[in-house]
Write a protein that binds this ligand. Structure first.
Ligand SMILES: Nc1ncnc2c1ncn2[C@@H]1O[C@H](COP(=O)(O)OP(=O)(O)OP(=O)(O)O)[C@@H](O)[C@H]1O
Length: 256
């Protein structure tokens, strides 16, 4: 069976700066991969290449064995969902209408969303703690509520592969864990693949199988979280000394 996503010999650069060179990886159903690196290292740029929204400088990205060019936008939207780092709401729209946009790839050109689509969207809103806000104007939401709405919209889309750019942005600790638990359940119960840009190595350690470290100068390292997320490697990655502390089978990284 083809991987959910596969990058082959990928070169990515932005603004004259190399993000990665000859990067190879593939993600199987049910796997979770964290992308970590300093601000400006190119994590969002790489994720947008993986999402088919930006061309690579060399190499290719395939979703289930097919290129983005062969799939086209609608078929690609059924195979991967992308959580952007920023959400713009140019027009007034309700929370439910926004979540329902996640169903669009599943509808025919002239179809309206059905009752079943609305149930899926309501379920996703409830899963992120937004039940009761369905009729609210999206422009009145707090930063954390808007982020959870974007996640609910993606859960409504229900792709087999989630590409998440900083899914924990704006979220308090309680909602960070709740959102990571939701994607863990999607991986475990629905065999979804998850690639997420994270700034918290301890949560990557706890919620991901593998980590991709982007050093910002073209170098990258990929491997199981227990090999990649060590104090030594993370101190080099963030260019700041860190100490690892283990408790109850979990690890934390303390800046020195
Ligand atoms: N169009 C552009 N022209 C020039 N430089 C750009 C352009 N787009 C992005 N960059 C630069 O490329 C670098 C990588 O940006 P990117 O958003 O991918 O970083 P990131 O690792 O996701 O950072 P952060 O952790 O801050 O979100 C940054 O230094 C950014 O300023």
């Amino acid at each position: 069976m083809s991987a959910l996503i596969e990058a082959r010999q990928l070169d990515v650069a932005v603004g004259g700066h190399t993000v990665c060179r000859a990067l190879d990886f593939s993600l199987a159903a049910g796997e979770r991969l964290a992308i970590l690196g300093r601000n400006g290292a190119g994590k969002s740029t790489l994720l947008s290449v993986l999402a088919g929204l930006r061309a690579a400088d060399a190499g290719e990205v395939r979703l289930g064995g097919d290129s983005y060019a062969a799939l086209g936008p609608r078929a690609a939207a059924k195979r991967r969902g992308w959580l952007a780092q920023r959400h713009s709401d140019a027009f007034a729209s309700t929370v439910l209408e926004t979540a329902l946009t996640g169903r669009h790839p599943h509808l025919g050109r002239w179809d309206w969303e059905s009752k079943a689509d609305a149930e899926i969207a309501r379920g996703a809103l409830a899963a992120v703690g937004l039940a009761g806000l369905e009729a609210r104007d999206v422009q009145t939401l707090s930063g954390g509520e808007r982020q959870r709405l974007a996640i609910a919209t993606l859960l409504t889309q229900a792709p087999p592969l989630y590409l998440l750019d900083e899914p924990l942005a704006h979220l308090d600790l309680n909602h960070q864990i709740a959102v990571l638990d939701l994607f863990a359940a999607a991986a475990r119960d629905c065999h979804a693949g998850v690639v997420m840009v994270l700034h918290e190595p301890a949560l990557a350690w706890r919620y991901c199988d593998r980590a991709l470290l982007i050093h910002g100068d073209g170098r990258s390292e990929l491997g199981p979280v227990r090999e990649m997320l060590t104090a030594e490697r993370l101190s080099a990655l963030y260019q700041h000394p860190l100490r690892a502390i283990e408790a109850d089978g979990m690890v934390g990284f303390i800046p020195r």
